[in-house]
Design a protein around this ligand. Structure first.
Ligand code: ATP
Ligand code: MG
Length: 243
């Protein structure tokens, strides 16, 4: 069982406040999408959740298998160790290292290390292309393959909670669809709780149970289901060019 609770969070960089009183919850086994156009604070929020940006107020609480963790009091290593992993914006692969080496680097969580060969097999089953290309340099893979690798690398840590920052960015429509489908498959296979930041509304809501919209660091929409997101006037204005 795993869940996330974000309570009245304020955070930013130096004197610039980016997040304003953000509250959200992601329950066990949900896929929740965080929608927002460029520069509205999606990555900052995920950064706070990973201990990379420190909040000035509020809390991020993870509950994982009966244990409660307060992210503000933890290092990034401790957050990963607790079972939270991120597929970062821009993938952040090691381009000169092979696909398999990149995957192995994901297995640094101590509880994942003893199961590394089993997880690698599971990863290859979910992403056959990574098995086929296991010796190829990560940087010579296509954008879509690199996104699969970034997701596979997070899977190697055997997380309970997965944060994904804009998986569709820079991909052709067919690869966006495949990537989003794989996220759902992985979520079901590994019994994950997922928060996915996205700008691609249509693709995100194919797999999301519900979602939030962040505008200038504030949660402006809390859509309890897909229909509520699709029919929301602000979302129509932001994403569909209608009002
Ligand atoms: N390291 C940083 N130092 C100072 N300001 C930052 C830093 N990172 C982000 N910001 C600012 O914080 C605001 C929110 O940025 P953030 O990256 O969280 O948005 P985003 O929703 O992820 O955007 P995108 O869709 O472009 O990735 C922006 O105004 C940005 O310029
Ligand atoms: Mg971002």
């Amino acid at each position: 069982m795993s869940s996330i609770s974000i309570r009245s969070l304020n955070a930013g960089y130096g004197t610039v406040q980016v997040l304003h009183d953000v509250s959200m919850h992601i329950d066990d086994s949900e896929i929740v999408t965080l929608l927002g156009t460029n520069g509205n604070g999606k990555s900052t929020l995920l950064g706070v959740m990973m201990g990379l940006v420190r909040p000035t107020e509020g809390q991020v609480v993870f509950e994982i298998d009966g244990r409660v963790h307060d992210a503000a009091a933890m290092s990034t290593e401790q957050i990963v160790e607790a079972g939270v992993c991120i597929v970062p914006e821009g993938r952040q692969l090691f381009p000169k290292m092979s696909v398999e080496q990149n995957l192995m680097l994901g297995a640094y969580r101590s509880s994942a290390r003893s199961m590394v060969s089993r997880t690698l097999q599971e990863c290859f089953e979910l992403f056959p292309i990574l098995k086929e290309r296991r010796s190829q340099a990560a940087g010579s893979m296509s954008g879509g393959e690199q996104q699969m690798l970034a997701i596979g690398r997070a899977m190697m840590a055997r997380p309970k909670i997965l944060l994904i920052d804009e998986p569709s960015v820079g991909l052709a429509p067919i690869m966006v669809k495949r990537t989003i489908d794989k996220i759902q498959e992985l979520k079901e296979h590994a019994k994950l709780t997922v928060l996915m930041a996205e700008q691609n509304l249509a693709q995100a809501i194919r797999i999301a149970d519900r979602g939030y919209v962040i505008v200038s660091g504030k949660i402006e929409v809390n859509g309890e289901n897909r229909a509520e997101l699709e029919n929301n006037a602000l979302i129509q204005k932001l994403y569909l060019g209608t009002s």
